[in-house]
Design a protein around this ligand. Structure first.
Ligand code: SF4
Ligand code: SF4
Length: 329
């Protein structure tokens, strides 16, 4: 590396920016096989413009790290209570449940309680990574990707952290790393189309076709999502692979009318396939750990019979439909 006159390492302005940019990331999974072709490293970025009422990754919604408490690991030693400078933790009347005063915890950026817990009962939802941190991880994992694998950026909404994502995508392109994204497409159009120049595979959800119902279910209407979906699908200069997913939430978006309307929209964009994914409750314990209410705790996943029925409705419009993770990718 070049040395400056002061003897410090001399880095170019571009390198300095890459070192300073950092993203809040709530998970990184190596050896992932359902997020694009081949074996992949999937990076889950925090923050999302949508707040779907059935979300299975509530820890991925926040823009800052949030405290999680696992009752099963806590031995009630009281060390975290002593360590908290805000007196934000108390013990409930049952003597074994910790109560966090979230108005302090949500503003806290020192998290002394986590540091003193030797039982891993307290943790943070996410932590910060620089571009260089991620590139190191990709370098480590690359040997497992095989000929078709690479990196998938997911979330939350990966493009919520715009500058970081654009920068890491460019870096991956420089290093010949195959990139996929799982996105809501609820992103400013100009930025979205710019970022897509560096992405080879895209998965995006269509959760409901009615804008008002979409707003009730997710907090935003679907106009920007539909606009960006169509723009990318019809862009003659983008040669990537694009697959639309529908999360099937019983009684919410699984009517024949909504499914058929979604499929007709996808077909009108020139796309050929839809992947339907059944609702599941795997995120339930995370709501508990964050002291949040999970509204779908009594909701059952759709039956296999119903999923097959939905598949037939979609195929009737002329599209290919992949049910669950039975996909060729
Ligand atoms: S320090 Fe950890 S184990 Fe001890 S009371 Fe706090 S959360 Fe529980
Ligand atoms: S996150 Fe901060 S405020 Fe909350 S209990 Fe821990 S140290 Fe206290």
């Amino acid at each position: 590396m070049l040395k400056s006159f002061s003897g410090q390492d001399a880095t170019s302005p571009k390198e300095q920016i890459a070192q300073e940019l950092r993203a809040l990331i709530f998970d990184i999974q190596a050896h992932s096989v359902h997020d694009g072709p081949g074996t992949r490293t999937t990076v889950f970025l925090s923050g999302c413009p949508l707040h779907c009422i059935w979300c299975c990754n509530p820890e991925g919604l926040a823009r800052v790290p949030v405290i999680m408490w696992k009752k099963s690991k806590c031995v009630c030693c009281g060390e975290c209570i002593k360590a908290c400078p805000h007196k934000a933790i108390s013990i409930a009347d049952d003597g074994k449940t910790l109560l966090h005063d979230r108005k302090f915890c949500d503003e806290c950026n020192t998290h002394e309680c986590v540091d003193v817990c030797l039982h891993e009962a307290l943790s943070l939802t996410a932590k910060y990574y620089t571009i260089d941190d991620l590139m190191e991880i990709f370098k480590r994992d690359r040997q497992f990707w095989g000929a078709h694998g690479g990196v998938t950026f997911s979330g939350g909404e990966p493009f919520f952290q715009q500058a970081f994502m654009l920068s890491i995508l460019k870096k991956c392109r420089e290093q010949y790393i195959h990139t996929a994204v799982e996105t809501t497409t609820c992103v400013p159009t100009k930025y979205f189309m710019e970022a897509m120049k560096y992405v080879e595979w895209v998965f995006s959800d269509l959760k409901h076709m009615n804008p008002d119902r979409h707003r009730e279910l997710t907090g935003v209407d679907n106009r920007l999502i539909l606009k960006n979906t169509r723009l990318l699908a019809e862009d003659p200069d983008w040669n990537g692979f694009y697959i639309i997913r529908i999360p099937i939430i019983p009684g919410i978006n699984d009517s024949k009318e909504n499914i058929t309307e979604t499929a007709e929209f996808v077909r009108s964009c020139g796309l050929e396939a839809i992947n339907i994914l059944p609702f599941h409750r795997l995120g339930e314990s995370k709501y508990r750990q964050m002291d949040q209410e999970y509204r779908f705790k009594d909701m059952k996943p759709p039956s296999e019979e119903h999923m097959n029925q939905i598949k037939k409705w979609i195929e009737k419009t002329g599209l290919v439909c992949f049910n669950g993770y039975k996909t060729p990718f």
